[in-house]
Design a protein around this ligand. Structure first.
Ligand code: NAD
Length: 406
C-alpha cells in the first residue's frame, strides 16, 4: 500500500471501527435485562451497613415467632420509614431499599435510614430497576411480603422531569414484579397508588368503584398505570396484589415538597405562603391523613392479603381520613402551633395537575382491612409541628434552607 492510498482507506477504517466500538459499547452498557436505562447500572450494592454492624440477614430475621419478612421499598422516604419502623416494632423483619434520589434534600432521607438502622432495619442503596440487586435481596431474605412505596412522588415536578416518573413508577414496578414472579413461593405485594388517580372526577367522596380514567397529571397517570400493571401480573402470574390509594399524608419526618413542611418552613422563615385557589377564588380541599393512620392501613393490607397462588387476590383500597378541610384551615393550625402568623398569598391554581378537592370513601378498607383513621387534623398537626421544631432546633442545613419545591 502506498502512502497515497492512506487518505482514502483511513476514513473507511475509522468509520468501521466506530460502528463496532459503538455496538460493543451499546452491548455492554445494557443491563442483563436488555434495554433498561443506562443509568441503572446492574452493579450489586452493599448488603451490609456502612459501619459493618448490620447485615441484610440480620435485618431479615423476625423477632416475633411467625413474623413476616418484608421488603419495604422507599425506606429513605416518608411513608416507607414509618411503615418499616412499625413492622419492626411488632416483630416482623424488614429489609429496606431506596436509591436516595435527589428529588428533595437527601439529608432527610439519610437521617431516616440511619434511624432505621438503629432499629435493625438495613436500607440497601439501589435503584429498583437494578434487577440483579433485587434478585440478590430476594435470595438473601426470602421475603414473604413486599410493601412497595418507592416512587417518584409529587404532581408538579412531572412538568420538569417527566421521565423520572416513567423510570421509577412504571419501569421499576415492572422490574419488581418480574423478580417477584421468579420466587418460590412468590411474595405477596402491597403497593402505593394515590388519590390522584381520581383526577378530574367531581363526584365525592371518591370510591374505589368510580371510573378512574381522567388523570390530571403524569404522576397520576403512572399511578393508574401501576394499578393496571398490578392487574396484569395478578392475572397472568397469580401474584397477590393490593393497591393503596393514599390521600395527602402528613406527619413527622414528612416530605418537604408537601404543604405541612413547606408551609411550616415559609412561616418560620417569614416568607410568603402560596395558597392556591380554584375557579372564582374557591378554596382547595384535601383529605389530609395522618401518617400513623396510613401505616395502620399498610399493616392491615399486609395482614389481610391472600396468597400468591391461583386465584390470587387483586384489591384496591382508599386510605384517607374521610374529612376534607380547606387549605386555609390547615394554615390556621400551623400558625397556632408554630406561634407565628403566616404571610398568606392567595393565587390561582397553576395548570400543573393538582385537583380541586380530594375526599375519600374508606368504607371498603374499614370493612376488609380494619382501617380506622382516628387522628384529627388538629392533633396530627400538633405532632408534626412538635417534630419540626425539635428536628430543626439547631437550625436548618443549607441544602434544606435553600430548597424550593415546585
Ligand atoms: N405522601 C403522600 O401524601 C402520598 C400520597 C399518595 C401516594 N403516595 C405514594 O406513597 C409512596 C411513598 O410516598 P412518600 O410520601 O413516602 O414519598 P418519598 O418521596 O418520601 O419516598 C419515596 C422514596 O422512594 C425512593 N425512590 C424513588 N424512586 C426510586 C427507585 N427507582 N428506586 C429506589 N428507590 C426509589 C426515593 O428516594 C424516596 O426516598 C409513593 O409511592 C407515593 O407515590 C404518597
Amino acid at each position: 500500500m502506498t502512502a497515497a492510498t492512506f487518505p482514502s482507506v483511513t476514513p473507511w477504517v475509522i468509520a468501521a471501527t466506530s460502528v463496532i466500538a459503538c455496538s460493543v459499547f451499546t452491548f455492554y452498557s445494557k443491563t442483563p435485562e436488555g434495554n433498561a436505562p443506562k443509568d441503572n447500572l446492574p452493579d450489586l450494592p452493599s448488603f451490609v451497613s456502612s459501619d459493618g454492624k448490620l447485615s441484610a440477614e440480620a435485618s431479615c430475621t423476625p423477632t416475633a415467632e411467625g413474623g413476616k419478612v418484608v421488603l419495604v421499598t422507599g425506606t429513605g422516604g416518608f411513608i416507607g420509614y414509618h411503615a418499616a419502623l412499625a413492622l419492626r416494632a411488632r416483630g416482623d423483619a424488614v429489609l429496606g431499599l431506596d436509591n436516595f434520589n435527589l428529588y428533595y434534600p437527601t439529608k432527610l432521607k439519610r437521617d431516616r435510614a440511619a434511624e432505621l438502622e438503629a432499629n435493625k432495619i438495613l436500607t440497601v442503596e439501589a435503584d429498583l430497576n437494578n434487577m440483579p440487586a433485587l434478585r440478590k435481596a430476594m435470595e438473601v431474605c426470602r421475603f414473604t411480603h413486599v410493601l412497595h412505596l418507592a416512587a417518584q412522588a409529587g404532581v408538579r415536578y412531572a412538568t420538569k422531569d417527566p421521565h423520572s416518573y416513567v423510570s421509577s413508577n412504571v419501569a421499576a414496578f415492572v422490574a419488581l414484579l418480574e423478580v417477584c414472579k421468579e420466587q418460590k413461593p412468590v411474595p405477596r405485594v402491597v403497593y402505593a397508588s394515590s388519590s390522584s388517580v381520581y383526577g378530574l372526577n367531581t363526584k365525592v367522596p371518591f370510591s374505589e368503584a368510580d371510573r378512574v380514567d381522567r388523570p390530571a397529571s403524569l404522576y397520576a397517570a403512572t399511578k393508574k398505570a401501576d394499578e393496571m400493571i398490578a392487574h396484569t401480573y395478578n392475572h397472568v402470574y397469580h401474584i397477590a396484589l393490593t393497591g393503596l390509594r393514599f390521600f395527602t399524608v402528613y406527619g413527622p419526618h414528612g416530605r418537604p415538597d408537601m404543604a405541612a413542611f413547606a408551609f411550616a418552613k415559609k412561616i418560620s422563615q417569614g416568607e410568603q405562603v402560596r395558597i392556591f385557589q380554584g375557579p372564582g377564588g374557591t378554596e382547595l380541599e384535601r383529605d389530609f391523613t395522618y401518617i400513623d393512620d396510613i401505616v395502620g392501613g399498610c399493616l392491615g393490607a399486609l395482614d389481610k392479603i391472600g396468597e400468591s397462588q391461583k386465584p390470587a387476590p387483586y384489591k384496591l383500597y382508599n386510605l384517607g381520613n374521610r374529612n376534607p378541610v380547606n387549605v386555609s384551615y390547615f394554615v390556621d393550625l400551623l400558625e397556632e402551633f408554630m406561634g407565628k402568623p403566616a404571610k398568606r398569598h392567595y393565587m390561582p391554581l397553576p395548570a400543573t395537575g393538582d385537583v380541586l378537592r380530594t375526599h375519600a370513601d374508606v368504607s371498603l378498607a374499614t370493612t376488609e382491612l380494619g382501617y380506622n383513621p382516628t387522628t384529627s387534623l388538629r392533633d396530627g398537626m400538633k405532632k408534626f409541628v412538635d417534630w419540626y421544631k425539635e428536628y430543626y432546633k439547631n437550625g436548618m442545613d443549607k441544602e434544606m434552607a435553600e430548597y424550593q419545591p415546585m
